[in-house]
Structures are given as C-alpha cells and as structure tokens.
Ligand binder design. Sequence first.
Ligand code: PGA
Length: 249
Amino acid sequence: MRRQIVAGNWKMNNDLTETESLITDLKKQSRSSEAEVMVAPTFTNLWHAYEALRLSDIEVIAQNMHFAESGAYTGEVSASMLLSVGIQTVILGHSERRAYFKETDEMLAKKVDAALKNNMTVIFCFGEELNDRKSGNHENIVESQIKNALFHLDEQVWSSIVLAYEPVWAIGTGETASPEQAQDMHAFIRKTLNDKYGSKVAESTSILYGGSVKPGNAAEIFSKPDVDGGLIGGAALKAEDFFAIVNAI
Ligand code: PGA
C-alpha cells in the first residue's frame, strides 16, 4: 500500500498569531479519511507548530532546508536544525524555490542527500512550465528533473522519498491540470521509476499532485489510480477547505 498524503504548504504566510489560530481551527476539523496529514509553516513557526500539534495526527514539516550541516550560509537552515525542533519531513525543489531562488537540479540532489543522511523524509517537487506543456515537452522536462536530482539514489532509500508533481502553470493560478492530465503524468512518472528501479520502487512510491487543488476538484483528482494525494497551497490556509480536501481522499 502506498502512503496517501495531503500536505499543506503555507509558504510565506502566517505570523505566529495567525499560525496559532490556524492550528486551533485545524484541531477542530473532523476527519473522515485515513490519509496522512501534514502542514508546512515558515521556519520561524516550526517549533511552535510542532509543540501545538505534537499530540495530534497532523505532522509538521518544513518547506526547505540547506544541504550543508552548518557553517557560513547566512539565512539558511540545516537538516539537523530541523530535527532539533521535531521536524522529520522536508519539502524540496518547490517551483518557487527553483524560480525565485535559482535552485538547480544539482543543488537539489545535494539537499536530498543531506536530508536522507539525516534520516528525514523528502517530499520532492518538480513540474513543467506552461511553454513546456504547450510544446509537448512536459514529459521530457519532468523526467530530467527526476533523473538529475534523484536517480543517483540507491533503491533502498526510496522508502523515504515522496514525489510531488506540480505543473508550474497550475500553481496559485486557479488553473488545475485536468484529472486526466494529472493521471497521465503520474503514470509516466511511475513508468520512469519502474524503468530505473523496477516495480517495487515504482509501485510503492507515493506521487502527490499539486497545483490549485481545491475542495471542489480534489475528489476527482484523488480518484485517479496513480494520484496518491496532494500538495496544497492556497486552500491549505483555511482549515475547513484544507480538511475538505483531506476528506476527499
Ligand atoms: P496552490 O499551490 O495550491 O496554491 O496552487 C500549490 C503548491 O505550490 O504546492
């Protein structure tokens, strides 16, 4: 059985007071799905969120980390720092990190290695831009993003990797990949994994979809056989909407 996960990426939203109130609202939501639920507050609120949710079934995860253990990297946060405040899962390679902070496949490979070395779980994001989709190059782009950052890994560490396909043109735009487009790409990703690692890794790796998932479209997207959950941005900032998505699995 693959893990089913709904993760909320809060991005650079919510100060401490807002984080407290969103967590209070999250705790009030009732849950009718077995999916694992995760939320990713900003670095400054991780410890507070971890403490506030430690007795709940919501895991607190990080949005990013640096590949070095420590040192002269002003403004950065390491895996061991995350672990020291209870965080065991990290999102890496989000398209906003790639676009605005120039994170490359090479850098991401190093971040993945650092997270795995520290026994963390990685939610690894990738996805094509609109012009790639229009020119029919989307599968090549996705394949190269996965290969360049992840295909140096040994088979046994794949149990600590979750993939998140996020077409850049669907993030924060209100435009969602159709359930068929998501399914086609997820099946392609699974085939790519199968070609490299064989069926055990391909069948056991969870592949989340991200990009304008909302309460109204979640159930249809999640009903596709190769979609194992979602990475949610905007709709994760309202507890009711987020749990409507969680419960759509
Ligand atoms: P969105 O963001 O749901 O607001 O489109 C998704 C993401 O960036 O993970």
